[in-house]
Design a protein around this ligand. Sequence first.
Ligand SMILES: Cc1cc2nc3c(=O)[nH]c(=O)nc-3n(C[C@H](O)[C@H](O)[C@H](O)COP(=O)(O)O)c2cc1C
Length: 354
Amino acid sequence: MIESRKNDHIRIASTQDVEEGNTLFDEVKLIHMALPEIDFEDTDPSVVVFNKRLSFPFIIGAMTGGTETAGKINTTLAKCAEEFGIGMYVGSQRIGIVKPETAWTFRVVAENAPTALKIANLGAPQISRLSEKELIDWVNEAIDMINADAIAIHLNPAQEVFQPEGEPWFRGVLEKLRVIKKAVNKPLIVKEVGNGISREVAKALSVVKPDAIDVGGLGGTSFIKIESIRSGNLDEASVFRDWGIPTAISICEVRSVYDGVVIASGGLRNGLDGAKAVALGANAFTMSRPLLIAALNGIDEVRRVIGRLMREFRIAMFLTGSRTVSDLARAPVVLGLTITSWLSQRGIKCGRGY
Ligand SMILES: Cc1cc2nc3c(=O)[nH]c(=O)nc-3n(C[C@H](O)[C@H](O)[C@H](O)COP(=O)(O)O)c2cc1C
């Protein structure tokens, strides 16, 4: 049952149009610098995240594991993470824990990306029903399975409520996150999966003190759409088509109250989107669905996509006169009307205003 769901996700996400909403990165403009006073070669896009140096601030997004196909996808993505010196999340590892015979589909990530930044993954609804001891055991098992540098817990209430066999169980999640943070000796990331994190959620998380928040905003892969294709109830999905917080805005919402690591995800599709995310306050960015499609087309396609992202990110650095990623983080931005109206109604200042 879980296996067939994982394969459904891979099949539907790679063959159908499942992207909804708008990230609003098209409303974020970086200012062209005609006199950068650096050579292109001087740009240094590397950063350090959780004590690992990344060649540029990019992490392969959380996607899969648990089936034969997923094992192959994870192998391909892990090889590229290692080659490029970037990070990689895996998909939810519950299946690898409850069905140990599938754990190899995650372990291939440790085997093929021994030195890369690796991030383990579990879902909030699933951990909400565990005892404290089971919770700590699950998290440690997920970390050990891929020799992870950090653990991500995903918040996905919209996905669960639209999923035919969903588990929309969010009572007590905050307390579970607190237990993980106290008992587990690795950085904790709290992430969304495509509907965004608001200032209120980031504030509520202050009792947990996560090491990173991955905004998982609106404008890319929609799990409302994917789960509705699975259930056949597309009318309900269309009512909630653009439900969520656009990624560019979610970065500002979170950054306005949170000074830890912010990871931008949800609909970023090129290196310029990544550069804009950094200028809005993110420390790193991810992309998922396009890399799933690339991985299904072979490792050279994944290499091509990541190489393109890296070059676009560096071009954006050069054209804003940013030698380092810290320089880019201070680059001025001009925001369009939808974003400025949203931020003013919410009383939020863009940038590192916390
Ligand atoms: C096939 C597929 C499976 C996914 N599974 C997970 C998962 O298990 N855990 C998770 O945290 N996010 C999962 N995600 C969500 C992504 O990490 C990401 O938040 C979302 O796809 C938005 O990014 P994108 O627009 O670049 O695809 C999955 C995404 C895809 C496409």
